[in-house]
Design a protein around this ligand. Structure first.
Ligand code: PLP
Length: 399
């Protein structure tokens, strides 16, 4: 076959987090002893009431097409949740159920981005954002948030990054990979710039239930923001439903209409059964997410303590999500027992996987080569083993 394939896809990288997770799973399937802290996937089962609601949905014939935007009951429940928990007003007609939050980010960008548009992405960032922006012909503009500012960008940085081509900012709070959480005051100052510059905001809030000091505030909760903010959220992290593929966009009415149109042509709608499962999740109350959050907090504290001891310096505890973005650049330049020089985070992760059977994700995947990301959404035993392997790997480096 000689005809060219889509040139739009040429500059898109495959997801490194997915690649590492797939490789680790393959190594385990091949009988290798691998501990994987690569994937951002809670290790708890989907809560029973959600499982039961899905079985009931199947038995009662909720197995046919739904409207492209999803069933009304679940969109009403999402609208109520946003009002009650986040203090933001999005009517059910402004909610579009999607096949996960990743799909919701895609929908939002697809509704906004024209070729040449700039989309501001605070770095470190979730791996998917720049690739989707590029795929749509837009230009990712990275604003570097350093460890000295707790990996958070400032209003001044945002203001300076805006040009007449800026279409939107893609905000992720709490953040994957850094675990940073913006305070109400910090968000208010970013919101002021967003409104002044008259740009859109895509606010990915999938980790909203996982904050360990202080509460979560939605980016849409500030004056002037609801009419320019697409809130992205999902059930994968908060209800251990990664494989169910269910999430949503909450968007200003004209954008919601466009997203409904895109979805109607591209996927039609997310699984009918998963929508009923999501409805059950929204009706469950907070007990399961609160107990998960408490378990993650303990694991975070364990990881921070162990890593501080291994690196011989105090590691700051992330305020949210379930990732530790560990600064490791002081180990670069050292040599492995096999004689390979560690030049950066990719080399280091490769060494840890090959020599110690430990899968973690290089910071380079998230736009910061000085760090590596550990997901602590894993069992206590896995975390303890991972720390042992990391320590052995670090101690074996020379130079
Ligand atoms: C910031 C962020 N947004 C979205 C997603 C995707 O979630 P979902 O499984 O709902 O597509 C992830 C998953 O890792 C994530 O970290």
């Amino acid at each position: 076959m000689t005809r060219a394939l889509s040139t739009k896809t040429e500059n898109i990288a495959a997801s490194l987090t997915v690649a590492i997770d797939t490789l680790a799973k393959q190594m385990i399937a091949d009988g290798k002893d691998v501990v994987s802290l690569g994937a951002g996937e809670p290790d708890f089962p989907t809560p029973t009431p959600i499982q039961d609601a899905a079985c009931e949905a199947i038995r009662t014939g909720k197995t046919r097409y739904t409207a492209p935007v999803g069933i009304l009951e679940v969109r009403k429940a999402v609208a109520e949740k946003l009002k009650k928990e986040n203090g933001i007003d999005y009517a059910p007609e402004q909610i579009i159920m999607t096949s996960g939050a990743k799909h919701a980010v895609f929908n939002a960008l697809a509704a906004l981005v024209n070729p040449g548009d700039e989309v501001i992405i605070p770095a470190p960032y979730w791996v998917t954002y720049p690739e989707l922006v590029k795929w749509l012909g837009g230009k990712p503009v990275f604003v570097q948030a350093g460890i000295e500012n707790d990996f958070k960008i400032t209003a001044k940085q945002l203001s300076e990054a805006c040009t007449d081509k800026t279409k939107a900012i893609l905000l992720n709070n709490p953040c994957n990979p850094t675990g940073s959480v913006y305070s109400r005051e910090e968000l208010a100052s970013l919101a002021k710039v967003i409104v002044e510059k008259d740009i859109y905001c895509i606010s990915d809030e999938v980790y909203e239930y996982f904050t360990y000091s202080g509460s979560f505030v939605s980016a849409a909760a500030f004056d002037g923001m609801p009419e320019r903010t697409i809130v992205v959220n999902g059930f994968s992290k908060s209800y251990c439903m990664t494989g169910w593929r269910i999430g949503y966009d909450a968007a200003p009415a004209p954008i919601a209409k466009i997203i409904g149109k895109i979805q109607g042509q591209a996927t039609h709608h997310p699984s009918n059964v998963a929508q009923y499962a999501a409805l059950a999740a929204l009706q469950m109350g907070k007990a399961s997410t609160e107990s998960m959050c408490a378990a993650f907090k303990k694991r975070r504290d364990f990881m921070v303590e162990r890593m501080s001891a291994i690196l011989g310096e105090s590691v700051k505890a992330p305020a949210g999500a379930f990732y530790l973005f560990l600064p490791v650049s002081k180990l670069y330049g050292k040599t492995t027992p096999e004689g390979t020089k560690i030049e950066g985070s990719i080399d280091f992760c490769k060494f840890l996987l090959e020599s110690e059977g430990l899968a973690i994700v290089p910071g380079a995947a998230f736009g910061d080569d000085t760090c590596m990301r550990f997901s602590y959404a894993a069992s206590d035993e896995s975390l303890a083993k991972a720390c042992e392997r990391f320590e052995r790997g670090v101690k074996s480096l020379r130079g």
